[in-house]
Design a protein around this ligand. Structure first.
Ligand SMILES: Nc1ncnc2c1ncn2[C@@H]1O[C@H](COP(=O)(O)OP(=O)(O)O)[C@@H](O)[C@H]1O
Ligand SMILES: [Mg+2]
Length: 248
């Protein structure tokens, strides 16, 4: 069970308000995407959820555990895994070692780490020949797969994706989107993705939300966005489709 509640979250930097009362509930096992323009505060919101950034006001609860008690409560942070925007693989470790690294943090022994890492690397569609290569020696799509293997290896209750397709060409983006969707469907866990890319939301999510001017201005079934009646949301929808239609 992993339900996430953002309750009136505020965050500002040097008097610039980035989050100005974000409230949102994400149900257990829901796949939710938060959409918004670049710079609107999506990554800040994820960092607040992970407790990497403190909140100025409000609270975030995951199954009734508050982010504010994170330091006292390892159970809170243990629930999450994140697929970072730039993958965040360690350059000096092989692909296999990158996946094993996360596992070693949670007290698996060496041979268990090796078995689980291989299993997860196969699960994301990587071939054995890449396991002992370094991140710089494989393609961006393969790096994304490796980062996903590392994220799921520790069996999180909540999987977070930060701009999961950024930096990938359109074909690889599509393949990775399919992989992410299959992964969250198979694992049956709660998933929150943040992106500016409407295509990702349309493909991945049950419901989505739009973050603008520091608050969630719309939440609903993703397919309802087009005719939701809110001018900003409908413009966001149409602008994304015009850009996509132009083949950019
Ligand atoms: N550590 C920080 N210090 C100051 N400003 C920050 C910091 N992190 C983010 N910001 C500002 O917060 C705003 C939102 O950033 P971010 O959440 O990264 O946007 P995005 O929606 O593209 O992920 C930006 O204007 C950014 O400059
Ligand atoms: Mg971001």
């Amino acid at each position: 069970m992993s339900k996430i509640i953002f309750d009136n979250v505020h965050k500002k930097f040097n008097n610039i308000r980035v989050l100005n009362g974000v409230s949102l509930e994400i149900a257990d096992r829901e796949v939710h995407v938060i959409l918004g323009r670049s710079g609107c505060g999506k990554s800040v919101l994820l960092k607040c959820l992970l407790g990497i950034m403190s909140l100025d006001r409000g609270d975030i609860l995951v199954d009734d555990l508050s982010v504010k008690r994170k330091r006292k409560c390892k159970d809170y942070i243990r629930k999450f895994s994140i697929l970072f925007q730039g993958n965040a693989l360690f350059d000096s470790m092989t692909i296999r070692e990158n996946v094993e690294f996360g596992l070693r943090q949670i007290n698996y022994n060496k041979s268990e780490c090796r078995i689980i890492a291989e299993e997860k690397l196969f699960a994301v569609g990587l071939e054995k020949r890449v396991f002992d290569l370094y991140p710089a020696e494989i393609s961006g799509g393969m790096q994304k797969r490796a980062a996903l293997a590392r994220a799921i290896a520790i069996e999180p209750e909540v999987l977070l994706f930060d701009e999961p397709t950024s930096g990938l060409d359109p074909i690889t983006s599509g393949i990775i989107c399919h992989l992410l969707k299959d992964t969250v469907t198979n694992l049956r866990i709660t998933c929150l993705a943040i992106t500016h890319d409407l295509k990702v939301a349309e493909f991945l999510s049950d419901r989505s939300s739009i973050l603008n001017d520091g608050t969630i201005i719309w939440t609903g079934k993703t397919e309802k966005m087009k005719h939701c009646g809110d001018e900003f949301v409908e413009n966001f929808y149409h602008a994304s489709h015009v850009i996509l239609g132009a083949g950019i």
